[in-house]
Design a protein around this ligand. Sequence first.
Ligand code: CA
Length: 312
Amino acid sequence: MGMGVENLARRVNAASGGRLKIKVYGGGELVPAFEVFDAVSRGTVEMGHDASYYHKGKLDAAQFFTSIPFGLNYLELNAWLYYGGGLDLWRELYAPFNLVPIPCGNTGVQMGGWFNKEINTVADLVGLKMRIPGLGGEVLRRAGGTPVTLPGAEIFTSLQTGAIDATEWVGAYNDVAFGLHKAAKYYYYPGWHEPGPGLETMINKAAWDSLPPDLQAIVETTCQAITTDMVAEYTHGNAYALEQLIDDPDVELRPFPRDVINLLKSITADIVAEWVAKDPAAKNIADSYYAFLEKSAYAQQVTEQAYLDIRS
Ligand code: CA
């Protein structure tokens, strides 16, 4: 995922003829990975790259702009952000923090994750210890499981030693690179918890205002290009990584049973309803998000989904 932001820096530099240079630091180099929001807000750095669902606890409503379980897919998230008022709501939400958010990257629908226990019925979720962040983790907890949060670097060992029963990460492309197929047998799909997570670039308001309009346009247009580029790279990489997994005798790909999905979906609806009832900022965004989802669900069914069904 770090390649997206390296690409952003390189392309902005090229498109601006060297007038705007972005220097990329990894998580922990300048500030800890989970403190990017505060660092850009304070102006310690002028720009940051992140996923807005990591601001959970500080700014819960921001989760809508990354991913919501059973929510918008990649195509729909972009539709809502650029044409459905989503980006305006995002900018409003971040304005009190002196931050200008710009969508920048998307992984497409993720995979359900790597499991060392079979999930055949809803009872198999009870006691399941799984690395799964955010709202998805809360859903698992209510289904009887134990969600844990682990930084990427600790996932493989935790799964291999049995400290956790399961983990989600991204999709085949990233998961194979991480070696997760060597630490678990069952690869479940689809990623109900992250149907098309979008990443963000955050820019400190003062730094943004100091840019002339042409450089602002270069940054916004390049961020949009990075989203397209990342989806292209992931779609390509996932296809080849999945082929490798299908050929691996130690790995079994499985869909989640329908009963399990139905339970997770109904818990998600309960959790979102309870959350937005007590969080006015989330309610405002949720109203817009779900109004679009409701319209789009049918359109997706008779276009993308119908086409994929006849092709398979
Ligand atoms: Ca994930």
